[in-house]
Design a binder for this molecule. Structure first.
Ligand code: NAP
Length: 336
């Protein structure tokens, strides 16, 4: 059976996911699209050479009988209403991060999904599908380095536009680290603090860059993450786990090693889209396969909710300069 997908939001990541679901992955086709800019949605249909109906309203696309599952790739503040509408229609929905822009919104989705009685939602946190992070988790789970004590990590972008704010360093950028560390460690956060080092001259005046976020988990693991979004030299994701008996480091993306001009070098990626390109394929294939197997297993609404609560605490810590508590309820059995 070919899964018939409807996509809401035909911007950067929406177009990329439409290409995946129509031309790259197994067992899916895109039959409907919607964007607030209908002309642009029609153009995407034409450019990608797919036979998909353009809907004027996202909610009509969700209800359409020919749509089996929905991808929400629109602007963040619109996610909550579309995910709730998909749950009300009893249809599986893959929602790009954020699940909702407030923890309260995420909580509503969790409650609606639990009331439905079966998982329908997968959140677009793709790092758990990245080969490097999976290898790192396998080492941690094998106990080869003992219990994890610390993580030293960095999320660096070459530059960001003028509209990027200090808060976005948390809600747009760090959010992926928030998700992946709790998955890596099988642990949840209890506190957050944000420290500002000397500001780079390469950032716009309103933006505090870089930032260091310090997270503490329930088991006592300490995590320091440097978020530096105007580092100039590349898109660079670093993660080193310090255990009781050894250290495990996220592998670098594969790249040809060059000996040339009296230098030994490898390239560093500049474009974030390239860094996790395979992980996006794997996460969406998992969504498609999960629906067919009647068991969605990827990052859940609960993961979206806990990431939002943690991000809120980090934003509070940005403002207060203090160590902010993170109070997360017990994971319901529904999401085990
Ligand atoms: P984008 O290029 O701005 O695309 C979003 C599209 O959604 C735009 O065409 C926008 O139209 C449209 N839109 C806005 N509100 C809508 C609504 N109510 N109904 C239908 N369409 C609507 O943004 P993007 O970079 O693709 O990001 C989209 C989402 O994916 C964001 O939540 C972002 O955080 C997430 N994302 C995740 C990753 C990841 O690594 N997992 C990477 C990139 C993006 P207008 O332009 O006319 O407003």
């Amino acid at each position: 059976m070919t899964l018939r997908i409807g996509v809401i939001g035909t911007g950067t990541i929406g177009q990329d996911h439409i290409r995946r679901c129509s031309h790259a992955l197994v067992g899916s086709t895109v039959v409907a699209v919607n964007d607030i800019n209908q002309e642009q949605a029609a153009k995407v249909v034409q450019q990608q050479g797919i036979e998909a109906e353009v809907y004027a309203r996202g909610h009509d696309l969700i209800k359409a009988p020919e749509v089996d599952a929905i991808l929400v790739t629109s602007w963040g503040p619109s996610h909550e209403e579309f995910v709730l509408s998909a749950i009300a229609a009893g249809k599986p929905v893959f929602c790009e991060k954020p699940l909702a822009v407030t923890a309260e919104g995420c909580r509503k989705i969790v409650e609606a999904e639990m009331a439905h009685g079966k998982r329908l939602v997968q959140v677009g946190f793709m790092r758990p599908y990245d080969q490097g992070y999976r290898a790192l988790k396998a080492v941690i789970d094998s106990d080869k380095i003992g219990e994890p004590l610390m993580i030293h990590a960095a999320h660096r972008n070459p530059t960001v536009g003028e509209s990027y704010t200090t808060e976005m360093a948390i809600v747009d950028t760090l959010i992926h680290e928030i998700n992946v560390f709790s998955w890596l460690l099988d642990d949840q956060y209890v506190s957050a603090q944000v420290i500002y080092p000397r500001k780079t001259s390469q950032a716009f005046a309103h933006l505090k860059d870089p930032q260091i976020v310090l997270l503490e988990t329930a088991k006592g693991t300490r995590i320091d993450v440097e978020v530096f979004v105007n580092c100039q030299y590349g898109y660079d994701i670093q993660c080193e786990v310090v255990g009781e008996r050894g250290i495990a480091k996220l592998p670098e993306p594969s790249s040809v090693q060059m000996r040339s001009g009296a230098k030994l070098s490898t390239e560093i990626l500049m474009d974030w889209k390239q860094r996790f390109i395979d992980a996006y394929d794997v996460e969406l294939q998992a969504f498609i396969d999960g629906i067919k197997a009647d068991k969605i297993t990827g990052p859940s609404s609960w993961d979206g909710y806990t990431a939002a609560v943690t991000a809120d605490a980090c934003v509070a810590a940005q403002r207060s300069g203090a160590i902010e508590p993170i109070r997360l309820p017990q994971r319901p059995a529904f999401y085990e």
